[in-house]
Design a protein around this ligand. Structure first.
Ligand SMILES: *Cc1c(COP(=O)(O)O)cnc(C)c1O
Length: 407
């Protein structure tokens, strides 16, 4: 046994060495070793504090250790944590009822990670395509958008258009067609009698918080209705308050056929994802056709239910919408020099940088030195998504640090 690092613990450098020795290098983390957190703030092993403006890519939308979510988890930990779906639990029903109502839907299929929700959505669309729409067996297609991000399974990366996610992992699952995001004509032209679903992020997160042209989502909705195609909205990152609305689709008054949810649904405590839809669609799943050992476990349901309760009042959504408006003004004030473009909806922003002036990575390192955590996406875009619990003063302070780094 290699005991090179046994017993060694403490400083940032020690912890980074230990982690990189024993833990696979599928990420390139910033050199910050977090050991505790509360609300919008994290503390590292050397006692430094940082304002968390990544918030676990929306998984921490309610901040770290939100009291209501921790209380729900604690209470459930003392009762029962896992039953498997071989039996019922007293947590799945109430969670499903209230999540379905929040989404204006009828039925919930619980899973764990976002990628599993997407995989479930793909299976749902295909089976619906064959059994309800009558697509010729084995021929179903799903239309996706270029520059999508839907997770990391082999099927999902197979319809990614980002070569770095695919390199060396093929062969991939057939049955997907990618069209440019935001181009309604291209999407409409791609629909034919084999099309079961359109699967898109209403705002593309990993692509850099890319907001489609206004009217696009309504156009997708209309095309799907006209052509008898399911509109599946992947709101794993955009959903549950992030954009100032419960769902990003609501910003355009659009109601999809299927919502895919995750990240914030687990309250930053446990992975919880869900496919949310109506009965005429979801009823294509019968016993044995799909499942998950952990999906819908009582602990996950208790936490997910507490998240739904937080969102039912609309308070977080309003806060994100209100703060988001002033924030967008502040961010637009940064344009010029290193900043070439800014997009934001609610508490979610993409800031394009001129890589000849500063790379996204370098900007994040300098932000961290100033006590703000953020992460670049695709080298030259900063993606900011602080907890929805952030105050106006904290957000202004974060923007001040950003200004200092970028000017
Ligand atoms: C993060 C993300 C996923 C994948 O979620 P995981 O929990 O990491 O599997 C899927 N879709 C979108 C839009 C995401 O942002």
């Amino acid at each position: 046994m290699n005991s090179l690092f046994a017993g060694q613990a403490g400083t940032t450098q020690d912890e980074i060495l230990l982690e990189s020795h024993y833990s696979a290098h599928n990420y390139a983390p910033l050199p910050v070793v977090i050991s505790s957190a509360e609300g919008c703030w994290v503390t590292d092993v050397d006692g430094r504090r940082y304002l968390d403006c990544l918030a676990g890519y929306s998984a921490l939308s309610f901040g770290h250790r939100h009291p209501a979510l921790i209380a729900a988890a604690r209470e459930q930990l003392d009762k029962v944590t896992l039953t498997s779906r071989a039996f019922h639990s007293d947590q799945l029903g109430p969670f499903s009822r209230d999540l379905a109502a929040l989404a204006g839907m009828e039925v919930v299929l619980p899973m764990n990670t976002g990628a599993e929700a997407v995989e479930t959505g793909v299976k749902l669309a295909r089976r619906w395509g064959y059994r309800v729409k009558g697509i010729e067996p084995g021929k179903a297609t799903i239309i996706v958008a270029a520059n999508n991000f839907h997770g990391r399974t082999t099927t999902i990366i197979g319809f990614s258009t980002d070569p770095t996610t695919q390199d060396g992992f093929g062969p991939f699952t057939p049955g997907f067609r990618a069209v440019p995001f935001g181009d309604l004509d291209a999407l409409t032209a791609a629909i034919d009698e084999t099309t079961a679903a359109v699967l898109i992020e209403p705002i593309q997160g990993e692509a850099g918080v890319v907001v489609p042209p206004s009217g696009y989502l309504a156009g997708v909705r209309a095309a799907c209705t006209r052509e008898n195609v399911l509109f599946i909205a992947d709101e794993v990152q955009s959903g549950l308050g992030r954009t100032g609305a419960t769902f990003a689709c609501e910003l355009e008054d659009v109601h999809p056929d299927v919502y895919l949810l995750g990240k914030a649904l687990g309250g930053g405590i446990v992975p919880v994802s869900a496919v949310v839809s109506t009965w005429p669609i979801m009823e294509v799943f019968d016993p044995g056709s799909h499942g998950s050992t952990f999906g819908g476990n009582p602990l996950a349901c208790a936490v997910g239910h507490a998240v739904v309760k937080l969102l039912e009042t609309g308070e977080y959504q309003r806060h994100a919408a209100t703060l988001g408006r002033t924030w967008l003004d502040q961010l637009q004030g940064l344009i010029g020099g290193a900043v070439t473009g800014v997009r934001a909806r609610g508490l979610w922003a993409g800031i394009d940088l001129d890589p000849t002036i500063i790379s996204g990575r370098a900007a994040c390192e300098r932000l961290a030195e100033r006590g703000v955590l953020a992460k670049e996406t695709h080298e030259s875009t900063l993606r900011l998504g602080p907890p929805l619990t952030i105050t106006a003063d904290e957000l202004t302070w974060a923007t001040d640090q950003l200004r200092a780094v970028l000017s």
